[in-house]
Design a protein. Structure first.
Length: 224
């Protein structure tokens, strides 16, 4: 049941990403790089084509409310920094919910900028390993903002700063390299180690936040 719940959450998140991408750049993937990236992610997540088409139709519906992307920042118990990316059509509801999760778990919802400076905002791409030479690929990509390239199983992962997403995407597509998935992460610059009881306190807060329908991604600086 937990696996199906996580899958439903993933499909819901991608569906919102599709709506936001279309509202920003139109319904044509060829002309909308963000939509193109989201559709790639849907394919990688095994999201049914029917769900993708439904999200696209929903985005072009005049009665569909606008999703607003809002970043929430705060501190959980034991001084752990928490960043929450949301996409909501009712920001008052989202604010009230997020604040209640922090309050119930002995945390505090902070103001804009109170936590985000502790995280590096990065972009990432996953491509098939194929016959790529890592060193050669890194030399080709470094001028487009790539910070790190490494192999993982049958894939190659490419990381760069948030601002370099478009340049890296354009370079890969221009070279005919298929992008399996792409996205953004907020990586903590430093992490805090907690004891098992403290970890349980943080996980209780994170679970409440992640279950919220308006939440897209959650990041923290607790040592895994």
């Amino acid at each position: 049941m937990k696996r199906w719940s996580q899958m439903a959450k993933t499909f819901s998140r991608i569906g919102k990403d599709i709506v936001i991408a279309i509202r920003e750049g139109g319904p044509d993937p060829e002309a909308n790089s963000r939509l193109r990236a989201v559709i790639q992610n849907a394919r990688e997540a095994n999201m049914p084509l029917e769900n993708v088409n439904r999200a696209i139709k929903k985005a072009t519906d005049k009665d569909q409310g606008d999703y607003k992307e809002v970043l929430f920042e705060g501190y959980g118990p034991h001084g752990i920094a928490v960043l929450i990316e949301t996409a909501s059509d009712n920001n008052n509801r989202t604010v009230a919910n997020i604040r209640s999760y922090f309050n119930k778990c002995n945390g505090n919802l902070g103001t804009s900028g109170s936590v985000s400076f502790m995280f590096d905002h990065t972009c990432n791409f996953k491509i098939a390993k194929a016959d790529h030479d890592l060193e050669e690929l890194e030399l080709e990509m470094i001028d487009f903002g790539v910070d790190e390239i490494f192999a993982e199983d049958e894939h190659i992962l490419i990381y760069g700063p948030f601002e370099s997403f478009g340049a890296i995407q354009g370079k890969l597509e221009g070279d005919g390299i298929e992008i399996l998935s792409s996205g953004f992460e907020r990586i903590p610059q430093n992490t805090t180690k907690l004891n098992p009881e403290q970890v349980a306190d943080i996980e209780k807060l994170l679970e409440k936040i992640e279950e919220d329908d308006d939440v897209q991604n959650v990041y923290h600086n607790m040592e895994e």
